[in-house]
Design a protein around this ligand. Structure first.
Ligand code: NAP
Ligand code: MG
Length: 491
């Protein structure tokens, strides 16, 4: 079969019980943010179709459980292999639908393949603990059981990787899934589901719900959905929390960030500048872990600000599929307007623009990469602006820097540049963030390490994704006390 090219408009359907089913709801389009062209069209599912989807998902759970964890791991491995064979085509689709530069799309497809292989491998790891008993011959052990049907709600910024962080371990541990991807990236979601089904995930175990955020809200509130894993904004996260927690279901949330990077005067300024520009402007600043505030201590400001400014001015912004583009468009024209407005508000509040990159003349969703400086009280220093803009601030001491770093509702990532071990220890102890980096960008993580924020960047559930945390979220444990029956002939 000839792979579909990105220039053909796709007509997308929901995936219900192993079948592609056209939604009976409103018509929607997924646009290419570089030029506004239509990448895909779909009609949303109705709440009746959603209800059927949850029903089949609940019914399939027992059969999926009975497949066994080793076989489910092999299915995930097969999905990784199919995705590897289709990697370039998927990267091109991601760039067309989401806008990120092709190199970033390739990296994301690669990271998704690794995520699938990682969870495939986890199938063979220890799946419980044993304890000694006061009773000779008694065995005490924990048993992991799936939650049941899990609702997965994902954002558009990493449309495959974040989805895989959730769907792969959910399926591995025997849950069935109803997945509601972002309305901005439905086409790439459809391809992921095709791959999972082709790899052998049974009908009903993976279901795809195309529709509005509101329909996602109906899904997470449904009492048949035993667990919900969400990545997105704080606003939506809190709506979901209020629907899921009172009904006693399990919840995992990764929300926004306002990530600080502290730079001390003894830091390697070239390394700091390279890392900060990558972490604030890379992926067009549309990473939850992006550096939003650069907090310099003492004379670090004068050494660092020109280095960052020079790099920002040199960024080349353009279509994601052009060879020389380092920074693609943002997700939509609406997002561009919001970013432009946030920068204008900062300037009206007294911020100074230290550097800007040029953007193409075309009418795409291009936001201007911008380095600001000003006071910590700027709105942009408190509210997450999801684009290529960052603010450099100045304080007198490491203690002041950490105090400023913590002066936010968020707590996702934080980074420090220094060569002083005492400062490193102070930072690691006192900074309020779930991922803390030293001499490294605030962005980036490994699938085998736990990933999660603190404060309003999360829900204090079992809060982390990835690594060993996956099994803890996607299963419930029982503690079994197993004694031997008396031997027949000793009675
Ligand atoms: P969003 O607006 O919160 O949407 C996320 C997902 O939730 C989408 O699938 C959306 O569907 C759905 N949704 C919207 N309203 C809903 C409701 N009432 N009930 C259930 N689901 C609902 O976030 P986004 O704009 O896609 O992504 C950007 C945000 O995500 C940023 O704040 C960023 O920091 C955060 N993020 C966090 C992480 C992390 O790991 N901490 C990673 C990436 C992104 P529709 O698209 O159909 O509206
Ligand atoms: Mg789009």
């Amino acid at each position: 079969m000839k792979p579909q090219t990105v220039s053909e408009t796709r007509f997308l359907s929901n995936f219900i019980d192993g079948q592609w089913v056209k939604g009976d709801g409103d018509a929607t389009e997924s646009l290419n943010p570089a030029d506004g062209s239509v990448v895909a069209r779909f009609t949303a599912a109705t709440s009746e179709q959603l209800s059927t989807m949850i029903d089949v998902s609940v019914k399939a759970q027992n059969a999926w459980d009975n497949v066994g964890i080793i076989q489910r791991g092999l299915i995930l491995r097969q999905a990784a292999q199919i995705m590897s064979e289709r990697a370039e085509e998927l990267a091109e689709l991601m760039t067309a639908e989401q806008g990120k530069v092709l190199g970033d799309s390739r990296a994301e497809v690669g990271a998704t393949i690794e995520t699938l292989y990682y969870h495939a491998g986890c199938a063979r790891s220890a799946n419980g603990s044993t304890y000694p008993s006061s009773v000779p011959d008694e065995l005490i052990r924990t048993i992991r059981r799936p939650l049941g049907t899990v609702g997965v709600v994902t954002p558009w910024n990493f449309p495959l990787q974040i989805a895989a962080w959730k769907i792969a371990p959910a399926l591995l541990w025997g849950n069935t899934v109803v997945w509601k991807p972002s309305s901005e990236t439905p086409a790439i979601a459809v391809e992921f589901v095709k791959i999972l089904a082709q790899a052998g995930v049974i009908p009903g175990a993976i279901n795809l719900l195309l529709g509005s955020g509101r329909l996602g809200g109906t899904m997470v509130a449904d009492p048949r959905v035993a667990g919900v894993t969400f990545t997105g904004s704080v606003r939506v996260g809190h709506i979901i929390r209020d629907a899921v927690i009172p009904r006693g279901a399990k919840l995992q949330m990764e929300l926004g960030g306002h990530n600080p990077t502290i730079v001390l005067p003894d830091a390697d300024m070239e390394l700091a500048a390279d890392s900060i520009v990558a972490a604030s402007m890379g992926s067009t600043g549309q990473k939850c872990t992006a550096t939003r505030r650069i907090i310099t201590v003492g004379e670090a400001y004068d050494a660092l600000a020109p280095q960052i400014a020079k790099r920002v001015e040199a960024l080349s912004v353009g279509q994601g599929d052009a060879d020389d583009s380092q920074i693609g468009p943002v997700i939509s024209r609406k997002a561009r307007v919001e970013i432009d407005d946030a920068i204008a508000l900062a300037v009206s509040e007294g911020a100074q623009v230290l550097a800007k990159a040029g953007i193409p003349d075309e009418d795409g969703a291009y936001a201007t990469p911008t380095l600001l400086t000003g006071s910590r009280d700027l709105t942009i220093c408190r509210e997450e602006v999801f684009g290529p803009v960052t603010t450099i601030l100045k304080v007198d001491s490491l203690q002041d820097a950490v105090e400023l770093a913590n002066d936010t509702e968020y707590g996702l990532t934080a980074s420090l540049f220094t060569s002083d071990e005492r400062s490193v220890r102070y930072f690691l102890t006192h900074v309020e963030a779930g991922l803390v980096k030293v001499n490294a960008p605030s962005t980036g993580s490994e699938v085998h390490g736990p990933f999660g924020g603190l404060k309003n960047s999360t829900y204090p559930g079992p809060r982390e994704q990835n690594g060993d945390s996956s099994a803890d979220f996607f299963t419930q444990t029982k503690t079994a006390y197993i004694r031997l029956a008396p031997e027949k002939d000793s009675r």
